[in-house]
Design a protein around this ligand. Sequence first.
Ligand code: ZN
Ligand code: ZN
Ligand code: ZN
Length: 372
Amino acid sequence: MTTIPSWARAERLARARKEQGERGVDALLLGPSADLAYLTGYHPPHLERLTLLVVPAAGDARLVVPALEAPLARDQLGELEIEVAAWPETADPVRLVVDALAAAGATGGRLGAGDQLWSTFLLRLQAALPAAGFVPASTVTRQLRMRKDPEELEALARVAAAIDGVVEGLDGLRWAGRSEQELARDIEEAIRDTHDKFCFAIVASGPNAASPHHGATGRVIQPGDPVVVDIGGRLGGYCSDTTRTLVVGEPPPGFGELYALLHAAQLAGCAAVRPGVPASAVDAACRDPITAAGHGELFLHRTGHGIGLEEHEDPYIVAGNDEPLEPGMAFSVEPGIYPRGHYGARIEDIVVCTDDGGRRLNKTSRDLRIVS
Ligand code: ZN
Ligand code: ZN
Ligand code: ZN
């Protein structure tokens, strides 16, 4: 998955340790996760057998891994200086974790447990480490992963271009008289052709489009239906996520005006992106024109989410998140308007905050697409 060289991963580990020092996190405990892949390049499957990376703020990092996974782990870690502690089937891996923490003097410390570490592991760790305190590992890792380095931005631009290619192909599909599921299958195939992995294809037609996370159903698409198409995949480990709204032939009454309002709001959101601006201000820039037009209650969700190794990650573009944007942050700007029982519309681009403002990674037209 990741093509990040060892030296870059070593740098990330060093930055994680520095962040741990500043935030008083004595050790990170990371299971299979984007955090683990980000820091080490190792992306094991989620297994009932414990795999856990122990990263003390000061001291040697150790990967506790089932013996059968150890050769693959060593291979993926490459030249990274991480000791691999392989445990045979009959051993207690929690013991190895406690040993690694003891070697760093951290058994009674403040430990950052991976946000997606299964509770079956966390509960055993908590029982074995009664003097320790636990905080989410993201306390540390979000500070790193939220600010993408140039290689990550390149990977995000590549995967955005791949999904844009899929969007360009939407006009060539036949929509009227086919079910949402049939269209979703066509789109899935196009995503598989251009990405390493297919992630999702929302095809929401007519009244179904009023539900932001509607899955594709057997509903047959009718002439005059607006259709919200929200799609994504993964390439080189990084995620794509874009939404375009289409209409089959002639749009229903009122839809054109609503779409123009949404289009302007999405532009305003993208234009508000620059360093130092709070994330909440981008949400407000999208929301204010929709509210002013009397449709505020139809914009049901936050404006956006960060994106990277995960589809949804920090920073969240939402009222109340006053964290200032910084160069290297990448996130969606995706306002939507959803009149229940009628139709819905959404426009979504991934935008990167740069020194000069927002740079849109998705480059397909945001005009309403007429299909047949
Ligand atoms: Zn979503
Ligand atoms: Zn989306
Ligand atoms: Zn999104």
